[in-house]
Design a protein around this ligand. Structure first.
Ligand SMILES: NC(=O)C1=CN([C@@H]2O[C@H](COP(=O)(O)OP(=O)(O)OC[C@H]3O[C@@H](n4cnc5c(N)ncnc54)[C@H](O)[C@@H]3O)[C@@H](O)[C@H]2O)C=CC1
Ligand SMILES: C[N+](C)(C)CCCC(=O)O
Length: 513
């Protein structure tokens, strides 16, 4: 019970949680081991409101953090870094394993808050929380294995390398997977001995603070994981702060470019996880039932608000009609509505402006000649409390062509664009003809073709006969304008450490002077 009293939201309220019932008063900044109101002064004192997408209600508001608060958060993280980076990997591992255990224990509470704040179904939020604690557990396991190399040199001299942390890292998150993004960034950062100041999206500020409380409960030093809240100005202050060594960013391409520009001025390390317009390629020799499942997984999780979604679905001409018939029938059965109900499979989009934007893409697609095969219009649930929610019916667009806006641009909503193709060579060229390169998928029973395709597709992740599965053991990250750097998998260690070479002379230096 002690543990529950320190929680962001009283557990009694969570047990009674129903959509539209939650109002929060607690501060959403987290600094040096506790929730705080941001220190006033230094610029951005704007207040932002937080909405519940399913009802349109305001859940709470918060003050955006300005210069003074960012200075305090970075300074506190620096202090924690000094203590944390001196621990052995195994000591860090033990604390992070406890954090993973606490996330598991609080899974349901975190998932409820996540669903209320993002609008996604509770069944999905639970999986997001699972993938999040698995990342913490995975990197806890790696913490104890971090090591350098010994290199024998001539004359008995030798060198060794030390894998050292970077210092204070900044994490900046998008709104679609708020808790998971906070874990995917903080777990490797902390495992490698860094501290982190994290800024969630202003649309979804709630669960990152729950993670901060969990890290404190698990035993990390105060300040090791601080949370600041805000939007553009706060993000900019973080990316330009002299005390920060790295920025790991998840968000759109235009913002990613700005983050990289700002970080470049003080030569900070950068990881960019940006948007996508990924191809899903379905060959006529596929298992059609599985390919239909793949197309749904590739387009309709989290109301389609997923960066790696396979939204350009290329289907080989001879199975196009059969595929469309099945995929449209399945899509029509997706149960929309209250995110907190067990059988809901699609909730509300993140905001009213975003919903309008997605609908305007559909309108434009129709004008450009696409054929709406299902959905694409507003959905108004029967329950009165949901009538102002941001719901729409999942949409499938047929008769798409490569040059249509819906095929070229990331929509970030439940909109699948279907295109047809004839040959393997043709589809490779068309699939790669994009500035993005986050993911790609192939459905085929031909083993050699599957691997040929995986090699030819310009994307950071290629799924064969599945889509949007994300085991924490495999690296995730983009090619081309979808960004660089990795999250998950052992490769991520490279992005949160630096390697020092130590030369040891065992004789006398040779000197020409
Ligand atoms: N590759 C990946 O792993 C993922 C990529 N995304 C991409 O994110 C986008 C949707 O998320 P949004 O939150 O709308 O993206 P966004 O780019 O608008 O915002 C992302 C974050 O950056 C902050 N920010 C805004 N301006 C900033 C600045 N000048 N300096 C520093 N930070 C700044 C925002 O407050 C927010 O926390 C989509 O394009 C999607 O593809 C989303 C999830 C995962
Ligand atoms: C978990 N997964 C694969 C569905 C999405 C992860 C990337 C993102 O944050 O959009």
């Amino acid at each position: 019970m002690e543990l529950l009293r320190t929680r962001l939201i009283p557990v009694s309220l969570l047990r009674a949680a129903s959509t539209g019932a939650i109002q929060l008063k607690e501060p959403l900044n987290y600094r040096h081991g506790g929730r705080v109101q941001p220190s006033a002064g230094g610029g951005d004192s704007k207040r932002d409101q937080v909405y519940e997408p399913a009802t349109g209600h305001v859940i709470c508001d918060f003050v955006c953090s300005g210069k003074q608060e960012i200075d305090l958060a970075v300074q506190s993280a620096r202090e924690a870094y000094t203590a944390w980076s001196r621990l052995s990997g195994l000591e860090r591992s033990r604390i992070l394993l406890e954090a993973a255990r606490l996330i598991r224990e609080q899974r349901e509470d975190i998932a409820i808050v996540e669903s209320i704040n993002t609008g996604k179904p509770i069944s999905e939020s639970r999986i997001d929380v699972d993938i999040a604690w698995q990342a913490v557990e995975y990197f806890a396991g790696i913490a104890g294995t971090l090591a350098g190399q010994h290199i024998q040199l001539s004359g008995g001299s030798f060198a060794y390398t030390r894998r050292e942390p970077l210092g204070v890292c900044v994490g900046i998150g998008a709104w679609n997977y708020p808790f998971q993004i906070a874990c995917w960034k903080s777990a490797p950062a902390l495992a490698c001995g860094n501290a982190m100041v994290f800024k969630p999206s202003p649309l979804t500020p709630l669960t990152a603070v729950m993670l901060a409380e969990i890290y404190t409960q698990a035993g990390v030093p105060n300040g090791l994981f601080n949370v600041v809240q805000g939007a553009v100005e706060t993000g900019n202050l973080l990316c330009s702060h002299k005390g920060v060594t790295k920025v790991s960013f998840t968000g759109s391409v235009p913002t990613g470019i700005k983050v990289m520009e700002t970080a470049a001025k003080s030569v900070k390390h950068v990881t960019l996880e940006l948007g996508g317009k990924s191809p899903l390629i379905i060959f006529s020799d596929c298992d059609l039932e599985n390919a239909v499942k793949g197309a749904l997984l590739a387009n309709f999780l989290s109301q389609g608000e997923v960066c790696c979604n396979g939204t350009r679905v290329f289907v080989q001409k001879d199975i196009l009609a059969a595929f469309l018939e099945k995929v449209v029938a399945k899509t029509k059965t997706i149960k929309l509505g209250d995110p907190l109900l067990e059988d809901t499979r699609m909730g509300a989009l993140i905001s009213r402006p975003h919903l309008d934007r997605v609908l305007s893409y559909i309108k434009q697609a129709k004008e450009q000649g696409a054929n709406v095969l299902c959905g694409g219009d507003l959905f108004v649930p029967d329950e009165a409390k949901l009538k102002d929610g941001y719901f729409m019916k999942p949409c499938i667009l047929g008769d798409c062509r490569d040059e249509m806006t819906c095929v070229e641009e990331e929509i970030f909503g439940p909109v699948m664009s279907v295109l047809s193709f004839h040959t393997e060579e043709e589809v490779i060229e068309r699939a790669n003809n994009t500035k993005f390169g986050l993911a790609a998928g192939v459905f085929t029973r031909d083993l050699t073709r599957a691997h040929r395709m995986a090699a030819a597709l310009q994307a950071g992740t290629c799924f064969i006969n599945n889509y949007n599965v994300s085991p924490v053991e495999i690296p995730f990250g983009g090619y081309k304008m979808s960004g660089f750097g990795k999250e998950n998998g052992i490769a991520t260690i490279e992005y949160y450490t630096q390697l020092k070479s130590v030369y040891v002379e065992m004789g006398d230096p040779e000197c020409p002077f």
